[in-house]
Design a protein around this ligand. Structure first.
Ligand code: RRO
Length: 313
């Protein structure tokens, strides 16, 4: 359909299609990121980077399951310089979501200072929600730590910044987190990271399915879609309208994309389904979303974004 646009904006960035890879999927190496860039994805996210390259947790550390996936990757990545070099060396004509996930506040601040000094101008995302670094809690569940981190970051950081948040499960948590986030000039949030420290059991072998942390890991895929919808909706109802939302969690079809945008997402990210299907998933999502919009008579995403209705009799 020629009169349907599925473009979306975050900060100064224009996404020609409202879906990109979720951090951690098809993004550790240049070859993988190029596959995303050469697909119908609207942009690319980089694997959450630490200051130095990391090997991550012992394998096996990822498993597909009936309704999604479990992972305890433990931040394997090539180090921040690799991702900054990749961006500098290539003329990338799509938005980039540069993900940073230091294992301490000091490392996050050092990494963001490096990004601030670099020529990078697209979107930078501070991951406060990795559930899989052994011995480290998720900062996103410590409200004081979120506030202290943001205060320190905005003393020097002037580029567009987003935060990757863990899933919340209580309405009072949304109130408290949104109250903090609204005090800062954030460009966006990304919600949700995987549901941390779930457990998948193989009844046949009577064992867990991944090695690290006794089998505990982040859950993604269809299991988590209602949690993602709720977090997007709850934050859209509470955040300042200038703070945009990337909705992540359980997206497999164009209908899932539609539902997350209906709840208030500006764009969405695809993790488990991308890992399972590969980058051609973006062409399918584009077709499915466009078909839904055509059937409903929508011409652009803003026709329905955030317009989820109360229960209808
Ligand atoms: O690398 C990982 O284990 C990982 C990270 Br950084 C994250 O943010 N979320 C996730 O499910 N896995």
């Amino acid at each position: 359909m020629t009169n349907i646009s599925i473009s979306a904006n975050i900060g100064n960035e224009v996404f020609q299609s409202p879906f990109i890879n979720a951090a951690g999927v098809f993004d550790e190496t240049a070859a993988e990121m190029n596959q995303i860039l050469n697909s119908e994805a609207g942009g690319v996210t980089t694997k959450s980077a630490t200051l130095k390259p990391r090997k991550g947790n012992p394998t096996p550390r990822y498993a597909d399951t009936k309704f999604g996936s479990i992972n305890s990757m433990g931040l394997p990545n090539q180090g921040l310089d690799y991702y900054l070099n990749f961006i500098e060396k290539n003329e990338i004509n799509k938005p980039i979501d540069l993900s940073i996930s230091g294992t301490s506040r000091e490392d996050n601040l050092t990494a963001l200072k490096k990004v601030q000094k670099s020529s990078f101008t697209s979107l930078c995302e501070l991951n406060l929600s990795c559930p899989n670094v052994i011995g480290k809690p998720q900062v996103g569940y410590d409200l004081t730590a979120i506030e202290e981190t943001l205060t320190a970051v905005f003393e020097f950081f002037t580029k567009p910044l987003g935060l990757k948040l863990p899933p919340y499960f209580d309405l009072q948590q949304y109130d408290a987190v949104a109250k903090i986030l609204n005090k800062y000039p954030l460009t966006y949030i990304n919600t949700i990271n995987s549901v941390g420290n779930g457990l998948v059991v193989d009844a046949k072998t009577e064992s867990v399915v991944i090695r690290p942390k006794g089998g505990f890991g982040g859950i993604g895929g269809t299991y988590v879609k209602p949690v993602a919808l709720a977090n997007v909706r709850a934050f859209r109802q509470r955040l300042n309208p200038e703070i945009k939302i990337i909705g992540t969690g359980g997206v497999k079809t164009g209908l899932d994309v539609f539902e997350l945008i209906l709840c208030g997402a500006d764009i969405v990210e695809i993790g488990t389904a991308l890992a399972q299907e590969g980058p051609h998933i973006f062409a399918r999502l584009k077709q499915e979303l466009t078909d839904i919009m055509q059937e409903k008579g929508y011409h652009q995403l803003s026709d329905f974004r955030g317009k989820l209705k109360e229960y209808q009799n």
